[in-house]
Design a protein around this ligand. Sequence first.
Ligand code: TRP
Length: 338
Amino acid sequence: MTSPSFAPRVFSGIKPSGGLTLGNYLGAIKRWVGMQGPDFETIYCVVDLHAITVWQDPAELAAATREVAAGMLASGIDPEHSILFNQAAVPEHVQLGWIFNCVARVGWMNRMTQFKDKAGDNAEAVSLGLYAYPALMAADILLYHATHVPVGEDQKQHVELTRDIAQKFNHDFGREFFPLTEPVTEGPGMRIMNLRDGTKKMSKSGESDMERINMLDDADTIAKKFKKAKTDPEGLPEDVAGLKARPEAKNLVDIYAALSDQSAEAVLAEFGGAGWGRFKPALADLAVDKLAPISSEMRRLMADPAEIDRLLARGAERARGIAAPILKETYEIVGLVS
Ligand code: TRP
């Protein structure tokens, strides 16, 4: 239960480990835009310190940080209303992250399925940062006493770990200092899958560019990628039950539904029985229609990186206004003289 003394505050983040994809937009940013309003204070972060848990080319990292920020702005994150910044500009994240490294137990980290998936058979050779990543994510969230974190299903376990860390800290030091943050996984945000393999998430760092739609792809590229997207020999079913065990078909219907703000049922009411030869061009047209205004605004913003940096710096200053007193109190609770 979240203690009622914590004001409703949303925190979420995207890693700049490559350009922005349709998966980031439909799976995260669109929902973040919708959470702006009177119900929550909203804090959105480009989590560059998380990106470097695996190797990032320095010039590409800086470019991706600005591209992700531009994508958020172009999609409707309002930098006047929300706090938008990059993680590295607020050093308190790392400071609280260290304290949480000392709260979290090795046994807890060993249960993190994302680490196991990412490290695979190579667990001895991955960075220590990749292993500690969830404790830094807990610091991102708890540094703001955030009560709600919109995330995809794949991040739910990390938010549960955040609650475990908060609970252990509160218990060990005998203070109800950190809230027990709720993951927000329902709502319009959805998991967009890889166009070549519907069982994998659409990722910005996967090998082939054909497996994802980038927010900056032009109309021809978008049409080509949907045309070549993997499907099965059957056409579109009459109802959602017919999408069962057909991950690629389900993904394309889900993308259409998310882009047009309809349910998958409504999409199938229109396209049920159609072949892919009819559906894919309609999907490409819809995607181009919806993405063109965002990508052109992104291009406009990215033409002036100094302006993006200025907006991020202002966001970081506002973020520190919240974070610094919470970190200071944390140090006092722990007994760190500063
Ligand atoms: N781990 C998240 C991801 O890979 C990104 C992230 C970092 C995040 N810190 C966060 C998400 C804090 C929500 C809240 O998608």
